[in-house]
Write a protein that binds this ligand. Structure first.
Ligand SMILES: *Cc1c(COP(=O)(O)O)cnc(C)c1O
Length: 365
């Protein structure tokens, strides 16, 4: 059996037809740039996140960078974040000119909210937590810490991996002042190219984000803030509207796979906690002893896995000049995490084969 980590090809012919029809509608009306599908997509994303406004952008990276810029984050400001995320999180902070401050993670791979207070200084402007693997971090605690601080501290959710995740009915993206999503093809709600979105309840921030998305211009000409071109493509928005209709189904299927993996694997590796109905399983990330050998063994058995991510953000080459942070849990777990195939199109035989191989590796038969 050959099991890729992710297969991004569109095999379902009725879905393919729907996607092509959506693209054809865009071709027919011809409003390729910020066409009506963008607006429709933004309305649906905002509604989904229980926020007033959404701004479609070109990527999750743009979403993070523009969200920070909308809050005037820049040189002299500190942004508290996790060391374990895709490097885009850190790049966005650093590109604003702000200084990143890393707070260690907990065993669930998310930022440890109990350690955040002691990292706050008079320069702290933003706490930027990540809902890593599609599991919500302890966002209520983080909001409380921000609210209790002496100065104004904004919370910006990097919800790139968590569209559709909930906490007691409140969706990822509904918590902070400005919140960011990626809809790149790897994500659960995925486009067929780069895409992302930002949500907020604040009308002024909304206007500023729309401006920042297009060279910082007002009325498309006069530049008020130096910025990038971060517009979402109408064609991507049109296809995202199709995929939005199937998101809930996808999440349910991924939860079923997670349930199966947990039952089959919990005595040989550490599985994501099961008490958490909110998890969308962007990835099914296990914590495994002897990870490298397990990864190689699975590969030899035809199973492709992925380490998301093998290098902690502050340890990338570009960031080696940063001061050292006390992040022992992240340093320990980064060598043990492994994402195993969990996409909703896997058959039961395939997930069973993955679980069997992992059990065999640990001599559990
Ligand atoms: C995917 C991702 C991003 C960046 O999104 P892109 O759309 O790829 O630019 C940022 N943060 C996290 C946690 C991500 O997983």
């Amino acid at each position: 059996m050959k099991i890729p980590y992710r297969d991004l090809s569109v095999k379902d012919s009725s879905l393919k037809d729907e996607l092509l029809q959506a693209v054809e509608r865009v071709f027919a009306h011809g409003r390729i740039i910020l066409g009506p599908e963008v607006e429709e997509f933004e309305q649906q994303v905002a509604g989904f996140c229980q926020k007033r406004y959404a701004v479609g952008v070109n990527s999750g990276t743009d979403a993070l960078y523009l969200a920070l810029r909308s809050l005037d984050v820049g040189a002299g400001d500190e942004v508290i974040t996790t060391p374990l995320s895709w490097i885009a999180t850190l790049n966005a902070i650093v590109l604003t000119g702000a200084t990143p401050v890393f707070v260690d993670i907990a065993e669930d791979l998310n930022i440890n909210s109990q350690l955040i207070s002691e990292a706050i200084t008079p320069k702290t402007k933003v706490i930027l937590p990540v809902h890593f693997t599609g599991r919500l971090c302890n966002i209520p605690a983080i909001l409380e810490i921000a609210a209790k601080a002496k100065q104004t501290i904004y919370v910006v959710e990097d919800a790139a991996q968590a569209f559709g995740a909930h906490l007691d009915g409140a969706p990822a993206g509904s918590f902070g002042q400005v919140n960011c999503f990626s809809m790149n093809p790897m994500k659960l709600l995925s486009a067929y190219g780069e895409a992302g979105a930002i949500v907020t309840d604040d009308a002024q921030l909304y206007q500023k984000l729309r401006s920042l998305r297009y060279a910082g211009t007002v009325n498309k000409e006069d530049c008020h803030y130096p910025s990038l071109n971060g517009r979402i493509d109408t064609i991507q928005a049109a296809m995202l509207l199709v995929n939005l209709r199937y998101l809930q189904k996808k999440i349910e299927l991924r939860r079923k796979i997670a349930e199966f993996y947990r039952a089959a694997l919990k005595d040989v590796v550490t599985c994501p906690q099961e008490d958490d109905a909110s998890h969308t399983y962007y990835s099914y990330t296990i914590i495994a002893e002897d990870r490298e050998r397990l990864k190689d063994y699975l590969y030899s058995q035809g199973i492709e896995t992925k380490v998301q991510h093998p290098i902690l953000m502050p340890e990338h080459r570009a960031y080696r000049h940063l001061p050292k942070f006390h992040i022992p849990v992240a340093e320990r777990l980064v060598g043990k995490i492994l994402c195993i195939p969990n996409q909703e199109t896997l058959t039961f035989q395939e997930t069973e084969y993955v679980a069997d191989c992992i059990r065999k590796f640990y001599g559990a038969g």
